[in-house]
Every structure is written in structure tokens, then in C-alpha cells.
Design a protein around this ligand. Sequence first.
Ligand code: 6PG
Length: 469
Amino acid sequence: MTDSATLGLFGLGTMGSALSLNILEKGFALHVTNLRPEVVGQFRQEAERDGLAERLHGADSLESMVAAMAPPRAIILMIPSGDPVDETIAKLVPLLDKGDTIIDAGNADFHVTRRRTAEVEALGFTYIGMGVSGGEDGARHGPAMMVGGSPAAWDGIRAVIESISAKFNGAPCADHFGPDGAGHFVKTVHNGIEYADMQLIAETYGVMRNGQGQTPSQIGDVFEKWNAGVLESYLVEITAKVLHATDKQSGQPAVDVIVDAAGQKGTGRWTVIEAVRLGQSANVIEAGVAARAWSSEGEARVAGSAIFDAPRDPLALSEADLETALLVARIVSYAQGFRILGAASVEYDWSINFARVAEVWRAGCIIRSSLLDDIASAFRGDLPEGQLIFSEVFAKVIRDGLPALRRVVGAAIAGGHPVPALASALGFLDTMRAARGTADVIQAQRDFFGYHGFEHIDGRRDQHGPWWD
Ligand code: 6PG
């Protein structure tokens, strides 16, 4: 594929329409179609309203769209993940010419992307798995984009992708992170961090709301203030807005009329599954995924509240402690995400450039935050033991902030307020600063019941304990 490839997009849902308008606005011609063809006409009207219909070519089916496109073609799929992608690829393949490219721009399990890449490329086409972050607004005005595929495939779409992506100080928030599933995996880990960060924010809100009796609007004021400081980020910014909103019908705070059961489409879970598969643990991300699962057990929680009569003692934590605790835990969640990326990069031979990942996440995506610039610099500098939390800048923030995180988690736990993600961050940090842990006992137990053997501190391997003497 070359720069002159004809661009097409299948799937004019919210994200597909927004991305199409973005592509048209940047001056590229675009062919579009949709499973329900009537949507194409509606999209044309939308493009006309924005003065962007001049280079738009609508088609009423995949067949007629592909026929109208001069090869080489690059066709972006913006459709629900899973079977619909396989079905669309199966429909597209007989219509394409060798050298054409299929780009899956939805969220996808990277194992599936690896499989699809192998299948599609064996037929002489090019396949790209591309993570796109930033919701509808991002897709319309500039998302962060994480590309996986062959370097040649990236060269072919680079100009378009960089042009439509978000910009940070003028630099495009888009890059190629490796072959086949690398882009979708970077996006998956982005979402794992997204889950963790959202949970950390929600727990901090819970401590303030249920522990300190603050109203959503008061807490919104605090989040707004925090967003002007070290916690500056998209998620803190929108949380402030959410907490300030009022339900029009009841006049109550908007959050109070929302059922406390969080949805999930699976990307956070994929991060955790892959972490475990790689012999890693990302306990803050796991806590985010677990909390969403538990949130859906509303009836059980109501029953539990009657059975255990859980005490919820009042808390008196300072704003500064809460801010610092959230910051330190957030650093841990990013660090755990990068640890998984590191393990996967080795396992799948992707050579992911972690500084570039951090740079691409600086604008356009859901987890954009002022920390990412420091994370990028840390990866470009000296990283003791390869650990982000040991880098000069973050080691200092964590060392100074640990007492605050400990006070917040300690008080919340003592008062009966659930803070599983904040506590996970503290547990991880306390583990990583203990030069000698307690796995000696685990090894002794394993040897005792299974004769598994252990390594002696003097370096001798396959030793056995004196349990049976
Ligand atoms: C993004 C988001 C997005 C994700 C939604 C829904 O980066 O724009 O991560 O890709 O699909 O946030 O995710 P859940 O439904 O799993 O919360």
C-alpha cells in the first residue's frame, strides 16, 4: 500500500462517523458504507452540515464500495469486536486485490488480531490492528492511535493516521508499536490502566462521600482543583464535571440517580488475563476489573449490608493526603501497565518503544495525564531494574507520598470503607521495598508437601528442608 491508497471505512456508528468526519476534514477523500445502508444517507447529511461532503463517496454495500475504490485500497473497519470483524473480513477478501489493506480500528483481543493477520496476509493482503482511544470526541477531533502490523503497512497509512491523530505540542499521538497484535495490545493495556484509574478515582470519591460526608458538588470542587495540579488528567477533569451535574428530573446530584453497577466490554479483563498468562501481576488493574464485577452484584451487596451491618466510621482525611494517595496509586497503575507491556514485548518479540507509548498517550486518549510526559522521560533515562517506580522522578514522588497513601488506606480500612485499588497499590509498593519477603515460607511449604525443592541462600539449588528428619 502507498500514500495514494484509496481510503474506505465500514461502520458508521458513533465512532465510525466521527472518525470519517475527521478524515474528511483533514482533506482526504473517503469511501464509506454501513451494514444498514440508510445510515449512509444520514451520514452524508451530517458531512454536508459540516461542509465536508465534497470528498465523500457513499456506497450502499461493501461490494459497491470496494468496486468504486481504485486499488490499492485501505479499508478501515469500525464495527463491534469479535464475530462481526471475522464475518466482514470473509466478505471483503473475495472483493480485494493483492496489496490492499484491512485495518481493524476497534478494540480487539490481540491474540485474535495475530490470527487474523496471519490469515489475511497469507492471502496476499495487508492487515493492521489499530487501537483508537478518545471516545467520540477523540475520533472526531483527534484520537490517540496505536498501530500494529508490518512496517510496510505502517508506512502506507502513516500520513493519514498522523494527520487525523491528536497532537501533543504539535507531535502526532500515533505510532507503530510492532507487528501483528502489538497495537491492539498497547490499546488493551491502555484500557487496563483506564479501569484502574477510574476505580482509584471512584474509591477516593467514596472516601470523601461516605467517609467524610461531602456532597458530590463539594467533591467536584476538589477534583476541579486537583485537575489544576499534579493530578491533571482527562479522567479527573470529567469526574469534576460529572460530580457537578444535576439530574434535571429530580434535582438530585446526577451521580445519585445512577445505578451503581459498572459495565465492561472486556478490555480490562483482557489486560489481567494476559498479565497472569505472562507470569505477571497487575494488582491495581485487577482491583479495577474486580470492582466492576462486584458492582454488578447489587442484590448480594444489599443482602451483605444487612448481614454484616458493616461499620462505616467517619473519616477525617486531609485533601492533601487524598490527592497524594491518588497520585501515588495512579503512578503504580501506569507502572503495572508498562510492566505487562514489557513482558508481552519480550514474549511476542515486538520491541515496543515504551517512551513512545507514553508519548502517544499524552493527548487524545482517555488516560491522558500530565504524568505521561514524566513517564516518557523516565523511559528515556536510567531505569533501575527496569522499574518505572524506581526512576529518579517517580521514586521521589512515591517516597514522599507513601505516608499519605498509608494514612488514606489505613483510615479507610479501619473505618470499613472499601478501597481495594488504593490498598493494592500500597500492597505492591510495600512488597517492592521489602528486600527480603516471605516467599521463603512458601518454598518451605512447597517442599514439605510436594518435595519441590528450593534454592538455598548460599546459592545451592534443589535443596530439601529438614522437615522429615
Ligand atoms: C477509549 C476507551 C474505549 C472503550 C470504552 C468502553 O480509549 O476510547 O477505552 O475504547 O471501549 O471506554 O470500555 P468499557 O465498556 O469496557 O468500560
